[in-house]
Structure formats: structure tokens, C-alpha cells
Design a binder for this molecule. Sequence first.
Ligand code: NAD
Length: 260
Amino acid sequence: QFSGKTALVTGSTSGIGLGIAGALAARGANVLLNGFGDVDAALVLVRDAAADTGARVVHHGADMSKPADIEAMMRYADDVFDGVDILVNNAGIQHVAPVEEFLPERWDAVLAINLSSAFHTTRLALPRMRGKGWGRIVNVASVHGLVASAYKAAYVAAKHGLVGLTKVVALETARTNITCNAVCPGWVLTPLVQAQVEARALSGGLALDDARDALLAEKQPSGQFVTPEQLAELVCFLSSDAAAQVRGVAWTMDGAWTAQ
Ligand code: NAD
């Protein structure tokens, strides 16, 4: 489906991004992975997914909080693959604290990684997309791009901002074959959420299973986690030609979180 196309998935060495990268590779896209941690394991997994397609899978270690790193990664994509056709802005971090105790450095880091990085990749990817007359930009926002939770000031602000950026880019590309959309997951059990489960277990004196159930019960009516594989299918749909007129949306996959 995506053979001959190149996908960049930021923050794709773990969790949701890794799931999205695997699904795009399995459908034939060359994939540029990005992120920290166990890079080799991610490369093996996504190369396995690509095995029958002949697609290339490589990694660039740009720190998404650093515009100069992002510029270097986009130049790398231009040199190695002739640019990025499917851009998935997924890198993100969380920090939980009441607003008056929220460390300014943490605020800056969350805004840089969860919001500004998508501005930089988008501004740098668009000229080649326009030149080729095709492109897909999918921003991994969150239910927190639409509604708020206490103690997540930076995250909620950044994700609302990302939904706003999505709409602007959708308008500026509306007359082209380039689309820009956001996906808004509820709870997905990744390392980012596991840290919040562990914090809840610790503060409430709960077993991990009970802390996990309590986390879901509070916000997600389905009582079940969304999976990276399910989100990856949504991203593949938004990247498909069938979705050519889906533009500027913030598409939830949240077990009815935002239906309440
Ligand atoms: P994760 O912690 O499993 O993965 C985050 C990825 O981002 C990793 O690959 C990590 O190496 C990378 N990363 C972190 N900082 C980086 C930086 N400075 N430069 C480059 N890469 C960096 O988290 P996840 O849960 O898979 O989250 C992925 C995205 O999904 C985030 O944007 C997050 O906000 C969003 N999201 C997650 C959930 C959830 O419940 N897990 C819900 C809604 C939205």
C-alpha cells in the first residue's frame, strides 16, 4: 500500500510510535525511526515487519527538543530517501504536578517535545511534499488535546496546541493532495502510562493491577486500554488515499473518555 513512500515516525523506539512504525513498514513504507532507549530492539522489530516488502528501516537519534537536531534529521531524510511522505509526529513526554509546583524546565521540555517539534518537522517536510504533490501528516495528540485533567498543565496545553497546529496546516494544504490530521488516544498501556500506574500504586498503597484498574475507571468508560496496534490501523487509514478528504480532524480512540 505504501511502497515507494517514506515515513518518519518521531519517538518510535517505544510504545505507540513503535506500533505505528511497524504497521507502516508492514505495508511497504520505508521507515525512519527516531527516539532513545533500545534502538536496536526497535530496528529488529520494524525490520521484521518490513521483511516481505523490501522497505528500508533506519534510525536517527535526533533529540526532538532541539530544533538543530530536527533540522539534521530532516536533511538526513532528504538525502537518504528523497524526503518524508508520511510524517507522524508522535514523540511525547509527560510531567505531572500542580501548576504552582510545575518546574519551568519541565514545562519547557514538554512544550518543546510535544508541540514545537511537530512545527519543525512539518515546516521542513512540507516543501518536498508540495513538490511531489502528495503527503500525509498525522499528529499523535491525545484526549488531552480536547479536554483537561488536573496536574497536567504542560501536557494539556501542548496537546491542545498540537490540535490547533493540525487545523492550521490542514487549511494551508487544503487545495493539495497533502492532508494533516490528529489522533487523540485515551489511555494506552505504554511506558509513559506505566509510570503513572506505578505512581498511583505508590501513593495509594495499591497493587499494580488495582492501580491500573483505578486509572481506567476514573476516565475511560470502556475499562480497557487502547492498544498501539489499534492506533496504528487508524494512522494507516489516515495515510491512505481513502482518507484524502479527512482534513484537520482530531480523531479520538478513547474508550468513550470524551463522550462523557
Ligand atoms: P513512550 O514513552 O512509550 O514513547 C515515547 C517515545 O518518544 C520513545 O520512543 C522515546 O524515546 C521518544 N522520546 C521521548 N523524548 C524524546 C526526545 N526528546 N527526542 C526524541 N524522542 C523522544 O510513550 P507513548 O505512550 O508511546 O507516547 C507516544 C505519544 O502518544 C506521545 O506523544 C503521547 O503524548 C501520546 N499519547 C499517549 C497516550 C498513552 O496513554 N500512552 C495517550 C494519549 C497520547
